[in-house]
Design a protein around this ligand. Sequence first.
Ligand code: ADP
Ligand code: MG
Length: 268
Amino acid sequence: MSTSTALELKRISHFYVNDGGAALALQNLSLTVEQGEFVSLVGPSGCGKTTLLSIIAGIILPTEGSVQVSGHRVFGPSPKVGYMLQQDYLFPWRTIEENAVIGLELNGTLTKENREYVLHLLNQFGLGAQKGKYPTELSGGMRQRVALVRTMAVKPDLLLLDEPFSALDYQTKLQLEDLVFETMKSHGKTAVLVTHDISEAIAMSDRLIVMAPNPGRIRKEIVLPDSIARSMPLRAREQEGFLQLFHDVWNEFDAMESGGAGNAVTTG
Ligand code: ADP
Ligand code: MG
């Protein structure tokens, strides 16, 4: 494994066991993500995207296979991996600043210097004036920005983003896409984004993984052209070839719905 590999999934399979028996949520899934790369996972509801992120985060141990982050096997949650969800899960009784530092508190690393870094991030994300307020006083977009600061505060190497924009109105979502994109690039972070929004996935990523359901697996992998991968998400949508890529991915979804098995992994 090269030192520039941020994430390596080897032959991951996962069964959920419940009353009715066992369900195969993921089957034999392998994936390598390079340092600084932005990868999106797209696929129909139930294809195992959230399960996969939880496995990468060390919250779920896979039935089979292994996860390595920066060359170290994952056996549980680690501050090296940040996980941001659709819901912001801010504590309503804590101010914005106190919410933003909670990860540092839990790690026992809430030093003066780290708190200053959090205040710097809050300023950078346009939340400087809100730091003394409570979550209910903020808009949905602002709360997601706080959640992003909280995730970034512990300086994770790898960020996992599970539909972080899907509860937001369209304009806020586009603004946050640009902010997250710029933040990841300027801090040299590696990111794995889960989204059901095809256009968001293309606009934000270097590489797109289309997953298929029953059982969850990789159906297709698309490396995006530099012109799209390097543009800010809002601008990426205006690049040549964007619409064609959208249709390509759309057709993959269509084929899955009409029962095209698509078992093989293809690269396009
Ligand atoms: P996605 O995020 O792509 O919508 P999930 O990872 O949430 O997919 O779910 C993948 C499959 O695993 C689905 O069939 C879902 O019903 C099942 N599943 C998810 N979580 C659990 C759980 N805690 N117990 C049992 N089955 C689950
Ligand atoms: Mg999900």
